[in-house]
Design a protein around this ligand. Structure first.
Ligand SMILES: [Zn+2]
Length: 120
């Protein structure tokens, strides 16, 4: 089996800082990524992934559980769920624009209706 490629090697997946890192084990623990001690203590999640996850689930309103207690990072500070929701409309559109330009318009089909995630 091939080891999954680490996302952002040498950097914290949440705040992108370098330094003392450990294996990320947050909500998206299937990611092979690292997280710094500060983000670990804050239990922070990576913003871009939170936004895409919210889009796939049908938008922030559909995600209050479990996300309403989540924290993320936008330089220079940590932000809570209300601020994540406030950023969502503009941020998700620019992220989708990037995905479409990189991967083609088919990628938007992933977000046309909430994706049902099956846990094994
Ligand atoms: Zn960090």
């Amino acid at each position: 089996m091939i080891d999954p490629i680490e996302i952002l090697p040498g950097k914290c997946i949440v705040c992108l800082r370098r330094g003392s890192l450990q294996h990320y084990a947050g909500y998206f623990a299937w990611l092979n990524a690292s997280i710094c001690a500060t983000c670990t203590v804050r239990q922070a999640e990576p913003l871009s992934l939170v936004l895409l996850w919210a889009k796939a689930k049908g938008g922030p309103e559909a995600c209050k559980l479990p996300a309403s207690s989540w924290v993320s990072y936008v330089a220079p500070d940590y932000i809570g769920w209300p601020k994540i929701c406030a950023l969502y409309p503009e941020a998700i559109e620019s992220m989708l624009d990037i995905l479409v330009s990189e991967l083609g318009p088919e990628i938007t089909q992933c977000f046309e209706k909430p994706v049902k995630i099956i846990k094994l």
